[in-house]
Design a protein around this ligand. Structure first.
Ligand code: 6PG
Ligand code: NI
Length: 192
């Protein structure tokens, strides 16, 4: 891993960086229990293990003082009424933040703290989102046609805690209801 300054390009359209150290592909099967409509989920999975989102990582040592970067691409689609989304996570080191810069598409960042504060911010090209320390975060693609593409940066020592979210889910969900896009309370949310 070079220790001298380096550059890479995020080309438009498509936004796949000119330097990729790791490419993650998350399929429907990786989202067990995450979507509200478990019947729709099971039916879709029985048809095909669709690709929900991808992450292109530019890696650095996972230590304090370093910054990790990458591109997150959430594809358009729905499971039941719920839009395609990332798994979502707290950072293992809770006191670490993150910056997202939206490059393409439409969507939301669903966020919450361990104490139960919630926030749902809309994402659109050119928008920068600051996720403060202690806030779990999940990207949601609410476009019918376009990928939601964001560039992200976060501390090298942050880590990922998926377990808490896998158990409890997020308190807020983004669905396509009768009146268009709706942000609703998660009926399955199990209070701590
Ligand atoms: C991170 C970032 C970001 C995130 C992707 C995929 O901490 O690494 O938040 O890169 O990992 O958007 O989302 P999931 O990690 O929740 O699958
Ligand atoms: Ni993160």
């Amino acid at each position: 891993m070079p220790d001298s300054p380096f550059t890479f390009v995020i080309p438009a359209p498509g936004a796949i960086p000119s330097r990729v150290d790791n490419h993650i592909q998350r399929r429907l099967s990786a989202m067990q229990g995450q979507f509200l409509d478990q019947v729709a989920y099971a039916k879709m999975l029985s048809e095909s293990d669709r690709l929900i989102y991808e992450v292109y990582e530019i890696q650095r040592p996972q230590i304090e003082g370093e910054l990790l970067m990458g591109i997150s691409i959430v594809h358009p689609g729905k499971v039941g009424q719920e839009f395609y989304m990332t798994k979502g996570h707290f950072h293992t080191v809770l006191e670490t933040s993150e910056v997202y810069y939206c490059l393409q598409g439409e969507g939301y960042m669903v966020m919450e703290t361990p104490e139960g504060e919630t926030s749902v911010e809309s994402l659109a090209p050119g928008k920068v989102l600051y996720v403060p320390p202690r806030w779990a975060h999940r990207s949601v693609c609410s476009s019918r046609q376009q990928d939601l593409i964001t560039f992200f940066i976060y501390p090298g020592n942050a880590g990922h805690d998926y377990g808490t979210i896998e158990q409890l889910g997020f308190r807020k969900l983004v669905i396509e209801g009768e009146n268009g896009i709706e942000i609703i309370d998660n009926p399955r949310y199990q209070a701590r």
